[in-house]
Design a protein around this ligand. Structure first.
Ligand SMILES: O=C(O)c1ccccc1NCC(=O)[C@H](O)[C@H](O)COP(=O)(O)O
Length: 236
């Protein structure tokens, strides 16, 4: 899996993750996320998702993002992607981060990280104390974690379902690597979630949409404002 060596630009790691808007699929959505001041911009490479972008679209959107916000981190979200798929995505958009949102094992995460020069973020569903213990194992092989709700058994998507989980399971938890809190967040609940969990950042998709796959500029702005204020408070 030959991967470019110059993608670990790491403005995002310096910023310790912070606020990610996921599932950007139009120029308007990218512009709204950038205008709101998002730190990480996520692009979904999972065909069954309403936020799916093909490589050519993703290349155009990430070029726009880099022009408008050179300091923002570009995140490519994949689900159990093969080496060839990852290589094609990296070739198309040179992401700063790969978000692995499938059933990747710790060994697979370590192997991807070995070859990819950007950051590797492992997404995990949390529904029990056992899941938190499992997250610690992944923290040994990933650059960061994204802790999300577990999808329903019959869900089509492994993420992006707008479902929250019990944040008390990870209140004050530390993993040795930064993590994003995710799952069912929106402008009205994100501050409470941040105050309880004290994550290094937050991630949202459904909570800033007017319909599945349709980002809403006002909701993005409100989310980033609320999240930024709460993150600033817990960092003091
Ligand atoms: O968003 C998707 O369509 C998606 C598809 C396949 C795997 C993961 C997906 N999203 C993952 C994310 O990073 C979401 O932002 C995260 O799960 C939170 O989603 P939401 O609860 O909708 O805010």
């Amino acid at each position: 899996m030959p991967m470019p060596a110059d993608t670990r630009g790491l403005p995002v790691q310096k910023a310790s993750l912070l606020i990610k808007i996921c599932g950007l699929n139009t120029p308007q959505a990218v512009e709204a996320a950038v205008a709101a001041g998002a730190d990480l911009l996520g692009f979904v490479f999972f065909p069954k998702s309403p936020r799916y972008v093909v490589h050519r679209e993703a290349a155009e959107l990430t070029a726009l993002a880099r022009r408008l916000a050179p300091g923002a981190g570009i995140v490519a979200l994949t689900v159990d992607a093969s080496d060839a798929d990852l290589e094609a995505i990296i070739g198309a958009i040179a992401p700063d981060w790969l978000q692995l949102h499938g059933g990747e094992t710790p060994e697979r995460v370590a192997a991807v990280r070995e070859r990819f020069k950007g950051g590797v973020m492992k997404a995990l569903g949390v529904g029990s104390a056992g899941d938190v213990a499992r997250a610690h194992r992944f923290a040994e092989v990933a650059d960061s974690l994204l802790l999300d709700a577990k999808p329903a058994a019959d869900a089509v998507l492994p993420g992006g379902n707008g479902i929250p989980f019990d944040h008390r399971l990870i209140a004050g938890e530390r993993f040795g690597v930064p993590f994003l809190l995710s799952g069912g967040l929106h402008a009205d609940n994100v501050a409470d979630a941040i105050r309880l969990v004290r994550p290094q950042g937050v991630d949202v998709s459904s909570g800033v949409e007017s319909a599945p796959g349709v980002k809403d500029a006002a909701r993005i702005a409100a989310f980033v404002r609320a999240a930024r204020e709460a993150l600033d408070m817990v960092r003091q």
